[in-house]
Ligand binder design. Structure first.
Ligand code: ADE
Length: 223
């Protein structure tokens, strides 16, 4: 999968994909992330990318022309399955959407800033608008990083243990059960007997019960 990201702050996206699972996904050739500096498509000698909004009001709007030129430049190199704008008024991101997007080949993410982007970009280029939650961030870069991580780890072969993503919280509409590692005893706090029993089927039953219990307590809306 190839994910292109358009941003006015490429430096914000330098680190998130250079560690851990995202790094491994790229090293294995399963994921490629290309970050594009919108400023290179800015207008005039100041490489302007934003301007005052028509009708007045505080806050700058990202201009249509640099964005259109940048998107078309990328479209001339490859077709995109989705052109995604990160925005608080988009569709709420969840595991189901992450699963769906992980099956795509090429995604283009657009990070907004200031008051947002000129509406004409949304009308004429954007195919999907996504919010990562009901709060407002100062730009779309962190949401873009969240998307890449959530989607990237679902690409087949990215996680070492092929099955482990299947047991994530939300993957089956349940929260994940508790997990433990050594030592079995610490300050008198002990690991449940069943997990040390070696009885695989009973362990799976226990995990399922715990997942149900945790979901009922914390997120009854999921049941
Ligand atoms: N940009 C600013 N806030 C955002 C949010 N909550 N989700 C996606 N993009 C955003």
């Amino acid at each position: 999968m190839l994910i292109d990201i358009i941003t006015v702050h490429p430096e914000l996206l330098e680190s998130p994909f250079q560690h851990s699972i995202m790094k491994r996904a790229q090293e294995k050739g399963l994921l490629e992330v290309q970050v594009h500096d919108l400023r290179k498509f800015g207008l005039g000698k100041h490489q302007q990318v934003d301007d005052y909004q028509f009708g007045g009001g505080a806050g700058m709007v990202m201009m249509v022309e640099p964005l259109a030129n940048c998107i078309e430049h990328l479209q001339s190199q490859r077709p995109f399955d989705e052109i995604i704008y990160l925005t608080p008024d988009g569709k709420r991101f969840d595991q189901k959407l992450a699963n769906r997007l992980s099956l795509k080949g090429n995604l283009l993410l657009i990070c907004g800033h200031y008051k947002g982007i000129d509406e004409r970009i949304r009308q004429h280029f954007v195919t999907l608008e996504i919010s990562i939650g009901d709060y407002v961030l100062s730009g779309g870069e962190l949401p873009a990083a969240v998307l890449v991580d959530a989607i990237g780890r679902l690409i087949p072969g990215v996680l070492g243990d092929e099955t482990s993503a299947l047991f994530d919280s939300f993957q089956d509409e349940l929260l994940a059960p508790p997990v433990y590692t050594r030592p079995a005893e610490f300050r008198g706090w002990s690991v449940p007997e069943i997990l040390q029993s070696g009885h695989f089927q009973k362990i799976e039953e226990w995990r399922h019960e715990q997942a149900l219990k945790r979901t009922a307590e914390r997120r009854p809306d999921l049941l």
